[in-house]
Design a protein around this ligand. Structure first.
Ligand code: FEO
Length: 160
């Protein structure tokens, strides 16, 4: 059984994962509206991945015989300016999420909840990828410049 504090914080993280999904759905929407179909595809896949992250947390809460505390999802920013801007904002966002996960690990340690601390290790590992993938794409975009954006778009269209 999870303590009230752990349950509240895991529920909050579940909410943040759904928020992340919503944030990326908005990016997909922006990209599609500007003819960057590959970018739109990449962010749509990212939206699905974030919802899957939320489900991993929900499953863990349920496995402990408890229910998540559902709260409203915040409105994400929608003021995007370019494909490069999307990946700059993605990287900044994922760095924040990594901080949230680290704080959760700290909390589990303080609460002496080893099971939750172990559970969170999957997210710690996942966040490395969540930061390194957009960082790599951002570098490619910068190198390619405006002229090479269609080539990057083609690459991003391959993500399933
Ligand atoms: Fe669920 Fe992008 O971290």
């Amino acid at each position: 059984m999870l303590s009230k504090k752990i349950l509240e914080n895991l529920s909050e993280q579940m909410n943040k994962e759904i928020y992340s999904g919503y944030f990326y759905l908005g990016m997909s929407d922006y990209a599609a509206s500007t003819g960057l179909g590959g970018f739109a595809n990449w962010f749509y896949a990212q939206w699905k991945e974030e919802i899957a992250h939320a489900k991993v947390i929900l499953n863990y809460i349920n496995k402990n015989g408890q229910r998540a505390m559902l709260k409203a999802i915040d409105e994400p920013p929608q003021d995007f300016t370019s494909g490069q801007d999307l990946f700059e904002k993605t990287l900044a966002h994922e760095k924040k999420v990594t901080g949230l996960i680290k704080a959760l690990v700290e909390l589990a340690r303080t609460e002496k909840d080893t099971e939750t601390e172990n559970f969170l290790q999957w997210f710690v590992k996942e966040q490395r990828e969540e930061e390194s993938t957009p960082a790599g794409i951002l570098e490619e975009i910068k190198k390619a410049g405006e002229k090479g954006i269609k080539e990057i778009d083609k690459k991003l269209s391959a993500r399933k």
